[in-house]
Design a protein around this ligand. Structure first.
Ligand code: SF4
Ligand code: SF4
Length: 348
């Protein structure tokens, strides 16, 4: 099978489309396999906003996998805030119901991974590293910094909690940040990608319902075809350009199977002189501010159970006191605390 074959399907019956995709990608034998489904759960958003993966796609994927005997887990790592924990964000997105009881909070346990490149090291959710098959369900959408958010950007969510703004602040330049996204993608690339174009929103917020999915086994090739569908030159998307320049994708080997119908009038983020440097500077300021958002222990609620100390990947907690020089703001401690004694607060 050509690794760079990309399948575009107009969806009449989503269950049939999912079954066809698994069949043509030759993932028929799933009995007993640990399968992790990674949707895009950026924030608490309704399906009609087209900002997160449509719950229908998650639901049909989970049902198919369970029929095939797979041990299914669904999850993502949004940045929790004082209003919404990870599970509340999942509930607001309709993901708890769509996962049919298979949704898990994957922000609790992470493992340090060494990376050759700009990153040096990063912490990744253990469930992602431990699964047999990883399925990515990205949302097709625009993104102010990286132009488009597709498979490679969806993989930023394999990193728990507050590490994401930390990485943004370390690499504010668009090109560096895009290289880091590809480095993270390469830690554990997905085995199957199914991009959600059931409904989409463009950069002006205009929504429409193309009723499509785009699938394949190579996320870079899938992203390349999605950029073509958006009507942009793929190499204007920095993550795609870096994959091509780095020899990870040869566009001339991509083979499209299915109806290729670019979305007409799909608005991308506006380009103007100095746009990139303005976006970079504003982003740098915002993410610097984020660095002051730290985990804080409320001693009146703490029972000294030591769960936070045991889960902290950096050994930054001792006797419920946090060493902020060591803390990487992954927020794993917030997730495990049984009494909600730890919250993320601005602390200068
Ligand atoms: S997990 Fe919560 S209750 Fe347990 S020691 Fe840490 S702060 Fe205290
Ligand atoms: S104290 Fe440890 S677990 Fe908590 S946010 Fe910092 S690094 Fe993560």
């Amino acid at each position: 099978m050509n690794r760079n074959r990309v399948y575009i399907r107009n969806v009449d019956n989503l269950a049939d489309t999912i079954a066809e995709i698994f069949s043509i990608l030759r993932y028929g034998d799933l009995d007993g396999k640990k399968v992790f489904v990674k949707p895009n759960m950026l924030k608490a958003a309704q399906p009609e906003e087209a900002a997160v993966t449509h719950p229908c796609l998650i639901s049909e994927t989970v049902l198919y996998l369970e029929r095939k005997g797979a041990v299914v887990m669904v999850g993502d790592n949004p940045v929790p805030n004082h209003q919404f924990s990870e599970m509340k964000i999942a509930e607001a997105c309709g993901f708890l119901g769509a996962a049919h009881g298979r949704f898990r909070n994957i922000g609790k346990y992470s493992k340090r991974i060494r990376v050759q490149g700009l990153l040096d090291q990063v912490y990744v959710s253990r469930e992602i590293l431990d699964c047999d098959i990883l399925i990515s369900l990205p949302k097709f959408k625009t993104h102010d910094l990286t132009t488009m958010s597709l498979t490679v950007k969806n993989h930023f969510g394999i990193i728990p909690g507050g590490q994401k703004p930390f990485i943004h602040s370390r690499f504010p330049r668009i090109n560096d940040f895009s290289k880091v996204l590809v480095e993270i993608y390469n830690i554990r690339p997905p085995d199957i990608v199914i991009v959600d174009l059931l409904n989409v929103a463009d950069a002006r917020g205009k929504t429409r319902s193309p009723g499509k999915v785009v699938a394949g086994i190579d996320g870079h090739a899938v992203d390349y075809v999605c950029a073509l569908l958006a009507g942009v030159h793929p190499q204007t998307v920095p993550t795609i350009k870096y994959a091509v320049d780095g020899g990870m994708l040869r566009p001339d080997t991509i083979d499209i199977d299915g109806p290729f119908e670019p979305l007409s009038g799909f608005s991308m983020p506006v380009w103007f002189p100095f746009r990139n440097s303005i976006v970079e500077h504003v982003g740098r300021l915002l993410y610097r501010l984020w660095l002051y958002r730290k985990p804080v222990v409320d001693e009146t609620r703490c029972t000294h159970c030591l769960a936070c100390e045991h889960v902290c990947p950096c050994e930054a907690i001792h006797d419920s006191r946090i060493d902020y020089r060591t803390c990487i703001k992954c927020y794993c401690c917030l997730e495990v605390c049984p009494t909600q004694a730890i919250t993320a607060r601005l602390k200068f």
